[in-house]
Design a protein around this ligand. Structure first.
Ligand SMILES: [Fe+2]
Ligand SMILES: [Fe+2]
Length: 193
């Protein structure tokens, strides 16, 4: 789905079920990082690409609302947010674009953001179908729909700036690397684990 080339191992849900609180804490931080990333893109590239500013600010607000929703769920379970941790999936995916010369930095930032949204969307779909808690299944179903629109937003912003052909070609190259990376990480109770 959404250009992903490797589906998530169905056993990942088992790892999540063993530690739902850790998943929710990690997920809350993912939403916050998505909001940060949108604002950081607006600040870094808003001068050369002013058309990105309004959609990225709107996205940051939406991701912040997602953060609030997840954090509230965590507290509803009698738990609180854990400390932020580095997301090795995101770090490795960003690093996987570094060695390619002649690819505009903004194109890669948008394409990598699109891939992260796509993988998050796919993971939320898995949770919306596989979790035993019905309320959480519904929650993830709603979030899955949002992340799909975010994938499309980043793809559209890249296409508007760099053209459909160049964007699709780069999305495909990065999708191959993303698939290898996602398949190589151990299954843990984190969104990208
Ligand atoms: Fe989100
Ligand atoms: Fe998102």
């Amino acid at each position: 789905m959404l250009g992903l080339l490797a589906p998530t191992d169905p056993d990942w849900v088992l790892a999540v079920e063993h530690d739902l609180d850790r998943l929710l804490s990690d997920h809350a931080h993912c939403e916050l990082k998505a909001a940060h990333n949108a604002l950081s893109l607006a600040g870094r590239f808003g001068g050369e690409a002013p058309e990105l500013v309004a959609p990225l600010v709107a996205l940051a607000l939406e991701e912040t609302e997602h953060f609030q929703g997840v954090e509230q769920r965590l507290r509803g379970r009698g738990k609180t947010l854990g400390l932020p941790a580095s997301d090795r999936y995101v770090v490795a995916l960003r690093a996987a674009t570094k060695d390619d010369q002649d690819v505009p930095t903004l194109l890669d930032r948008l394409v990598v953001a699109a891939m992260i949204e796509a993988r998050s969307c796919e993971r939320f779909k898995v949770l919306s179908e596989g979790l035993s808690d019905g309320t959480l299944r519904e929650f993830y179903k709603e979030l899955m729909a949002s992340e799909a629109t975010h994938y499309r937003l980043f793809s559209r912003l890249a296409e508007g700036r760099f053209g459909v052909e160049a964007t699709r070609a780069r999305l495909q190259t990065i999708a191959h690397r993303e698939a290898a990376l996602a398949s190589s990480l151990p299954l843990g109770p984190t969104v990208h684990g």
